[in-house]
Design a protein around this ligand. Structure first.
Ligand SMILES: [Fe+2]
Ligand SMILES: [Fe+2]
Length: 280
């Protein structure tokens, strides 16, 4: 049974590792596995889950503005944003209403818009579920929510995004894929180094994060095909942005976060400004 599980895990992670241009540095894993860093790890993870949902929401509102869902997505996130950024609510999100899949009336005749809506709606639902799971673990451990200073990872990636369409859309999708793939790789590497509860939890996240990265890539291919952009140019962007991502992951970093680089005498202080900008 155990061997079967391990084989499944290897099959799941192989494409993720093949997609990424580097492995997570051992120094980051050593830092992340220190018990004194667990609170920061979980707190940043909580922010990342919401950021991942927010990014998907942004894509729907930016690229499918005429869809009915574009008018609803902000309200799906509101209880989570109120809770994390404004300290409102009890942390029970069981009433939050994100559908599991598109209703018939939400279907769109444009295949890219249709795929975008169906993949992003499921992704938002899953990320918000992860948010609730992280929060429940934090609450049981008496870990408080405090504001976090912005991490450099997502901003560092976005700096390389092209600004004209459809190139900007393609780049956003590719960056989404890298962020999801890196999260998956880190969860897998980190899981066996943490306590049993976190090991189980992080292992349970692998399958959805691996699917999220593939969903983003499939959308990039579909969009390129529709826009008449050669698939080789998507491959070129995957290459370029993959190098940027690997550079951010392997460079020295004085801040410890879920997507930070090699730890460099980082300070444990939590700056009371801004918010995390990474996504999972
Ligand atoms: Fe997630
Ligand atoms: Fe994800």
């Amino acid at each position: 049974m155990r061997l079967h599980m391990e084989k499944k895990m290897v099959e799941l992670l192989e494409p993720v590792q093949g997609f990424l241009h580097c492995s997570t540095p051992q120094a980051w894993l050593d830092e992340a596995a220190k018990p004194e860093n667990t609170s920061m790890l979980l707190l940043d993870h909580l922010h990342c889950e919401l950021k991942a949902a927010q990014s998907a929401t942004f894509l729907i509102r930016r690229y499918a503005p005429e869809s009915q869902l574009a008018g609803h997505v902000l309200s799906w996130l509101e209880p989570y944003e109120d809770f994390l950024y404004r300290g409102r609510g009890s942390g029970d999100f069981s009433q939050a209403a994100v559908p599991s899949k598109l209703g018939l009336k939400d279907r769109n005749h444009d295949p890219v818009v249709n795929e975008l809506l169906s993949k992003m709606v499921l992704l938002i639902k899953e990320e918000l579920h992860h948010f609730q799971q992280v929060w429940e673990i934090m609450e049981a451990r008496d870990i408080e929510i405090v504001p976090l200073s912005a991490a450099r990872y997502a901003a560092g990636l976005r700096r390389h995004m092209r600004t004209h369409e459809p190139a900007a859309f393609i780049d956003k999708l590719i960056l989404g894929a890298y962020i999801e793939a890196r999260s998956c790789e880190r969860f897998a590497k980190l899981a066996p180094l943490l306590d049993t509860e976190l090991e189980r939890f992080y292992t349970s996240l692998l399958r959805s994060e691996a699917r999220h990265y593939q969903d983003y890539l499939a959308l990039a291919d579909l969009l390129a095909e529709q826009a008449g952009t050669p698939l080789t140019s998507v491959q070129d962007r995957i290459q370029v942005l993959g190098e940027v991502e690997a550079e951010l992951i392997t460079a020295d970093d004085d801040q410890f976060r879920f997507h930070s680089g090699k730890p460099l005498n980082h300070s444990q202080e939590i700056a009371i400004e801004g918010s995390a900008t990474d996504l999972i």
